[in-house]
Design a binder for this molecule. Structure first.
Ligand code: ADP
Length: 510
């Protein structure tokens, strides 16, 4: 028996009827079934042969037959040719084995003289069907979320030993579901041999001692690809504490792992390069100092030789050698110092330090230099209330001398350098050195503390310097757990400040 008469409908419609998941049932005007597609067979449980030519009543429960007939009668009589599913109330249908179906139905009538047909498209909206549809759609959403996040979930029935994986786990492990025998042992096989024992120990530990299961390990996929996954799991126990089931997730972190590894390697290499640089600088500086001291020493001997005195011209020339040599020695010494600080080789002697004394000493030390430049040092700090630091006095001295020396060097004639200080709320002493000098252009801010950086000055005679002082000061301040900064305005002046830890009450008692 043929489901559709030859040529009675276009082949596209025939294909649609065969493939759609909606049940489609056609009736003649006597309400006898003339067509019944595969989805209708599935829904009602009858084959087409069983229902062909039979009354529609076959598919309707006894108690609904009358009302149904009256509805169909009305529809046949009215002018409207179709009624949509969502504009009509639900209909109760009956399956071959007597079960009830709640159906949403669209109906259409074809009222030509040659063929008069009623066609119904039925969807099962019974609670079970709705739940299973909802379940299917939420499962597909979950699967999609798992694919996006590269996270799969597993359930391991500890009692029976069976294992269930979500599709994403198969994808992560590079397996086809049918290839994998879902047992714990088969799972261990996929783990990288060097990690297998660790994973198995972690699982045993979780099962026996109830410790959280959390582990990162490698896998070897069947195609040889190595992956890194993170696993987290939880044990479900019965009321006696016996393990029943373990639920867990597998997160594919291969990409993140590779990035982290590359970053670690790059950081390690950068650190090594930096250490090598500092070692090189330290040893170079050392190698340079010895011959340089010889040059300076013998130049001085030549200059001071009264037995064989030099001519005035020669004295001048030897003077240049000595000046150049001293400058070079200063440069070498500072480079060595900075290299030591950067290599962490500088020893610090942390002690109770009276900040007012340090500032007073530094100001006194630089007064002759300031006088030479016509600059006045105003010390507003050391005569004020005493402040005690927990720091290295020598290094603290060195930093202040650097800042004061710059404030004098980059100042105008008859300018001032003012030292101020106050305690901060977070336990530091804030010391500032303000000059009325040339100021610093904004474009140089970012390089100011970089070694050998000096600001080009075209409109002023060159100031002697090495470009090391600020870099060394910053390194020193940081090694003393302090902070350093500045504010500046071109033509008005600059304020460089440092903040060093105050002696706390606890430390003071020691
Ligand atoms: P140096 O003074 O030996 O050149 P520093 O590292 O101490 O090296 O300073 C770096 C540069 O910062 C200096 O060359 C100078 O251009 C600028 N600078 C530092 N202090 C001041 C200041 N108080 N006023 C203006 N410019 C300054």
């Amino acid at each position: 028996m043929k489901r559709y008469e030859q040529g009675s409908i276009p082949f596209e419609i025939e294909e649609f009827l065969e493939l759609t998941s909606d049940a489609v049932v056609s009736l003649d005007y006597n309400l006898k079934i003339v067509s019944f597609n595969p989805a209708a067979e599935l829904l009602f449980g009858y084959t087409f042969e069983e229902v062909s030519g039979k009354p529609l009543d076959l598919l309707i429960p006894e108690e609904f037959k009358d009302i149904h007939h009256s509805h169909v009668g009305k529809f046949k009589a009215e002018a409207k040719t179709a009624r949509q599913m969502n504009t009509r109330s639900l209909v109760t249908g009956k399956t071959k084995d007597g079960g009830r179906l709640t159906l949403g139905i669209s109906i259409h009538k074809h009222n030509a003289a040659s063929t008069r047909r009623l066609t119904a498209i039925c969807q099962n909206v019974s609670i079970g069907a709705v739940i299973s549809n909802a379940l299917a759609s939420s499962e597909s959403r979950l699967a999609r979320a798992q694919t996006i996040a590269h996270i799969g979930n597993w359930e391991w029935d500890i009692v029976s030993g069976s294992l269930r994986w979500s599709d994403e786990i198969f994808r992560i492990f590079g397996l086809q579901p049918q290839e994998f025998e879902a047992t714990y042992e088969a799972f261990l096989d996929i783990i990288h041999p060097e990690d297998r024992q660790r994973v198995s120990d972690a699982v045993n530990e979780a099962v026996e001692n109830d410790t959280p299961y959390s582990i990162v390990h490698r896998l070897i996929c069947p195609n040889g690809e190595e992956k890194v996954v993170q696993e987290l799991g939880e044990i479900l126990r019965d009321s006696h504490g016996n393990p029943l089931r373990m639920d867990g997730i597998v997160h594919d972190i291969t990409k993140e792992w590779k990035i982290k590894e590359a970053l670690l390697q790059a950081t390690g290499e950068a650190r090594k390069a930096d250490e090598a640089k500092s070692r090189f600088l330290a040893s170079m500086s050392h190698e340079l100092r010895t011959p340089l001291n010889a040059v300076l020493g013998f130049a001085q001997v030549l200059k001071d030789d009264t037995t064989h005195p030099l001519s005035p011209d020669q004295v001048d020339r030897v003077g240049y050698i000595i000046d150049g040599g001293r400058h070079l020695l200063k440069l070498v010494n500072r480079t060595l110092d900075l290299a030591r600080i950067e290599a962490g080789q500088m020893e610090l002697l942390l002690d109770e330090v009276h900040a007012n004394e340090v500032v007073e000493d530094c100001a006194a030390m630089l007064t002759p230099q300031a006088r030479l430049q016509g600059v006045k040092i105003i010390d507003e700090f050391s005569t004020g209330p005493s402040a005690y630091l927990h720091t290295d006095q020598l290094r603290c001295n060195q930093i202040l001398v650097n800042l004061l020396s710059n404030a004098i060097k980059y100042n105008h004639k008859s300018g001032t350098v003012t030292i101020r200080g106050h305690e901060t709320n977070d336990g530091y002493l804030h010391l500032s050195v303000t000059d009325t000098g040339i100021g610093i252009p904004e474009k140089d801010y970012e390089h100011l503390f970089v070694m050998f950086h000096r600001i080009e000055m075209t409109d002023r005679p060159a100031v002697e310097g090495t470009g090391i002082g600020l870099a060394a000061s910053k390194a020193l301040v940081e090694s003393l757990s302090g902070r350093i900064g500045f504010e500046s305005e071109v033509g008005v002046g600059s304020t460089f400040w440092i903040e060093l830890p105050l002696l706390s009450e606890e430390a003071g008692k020691l």
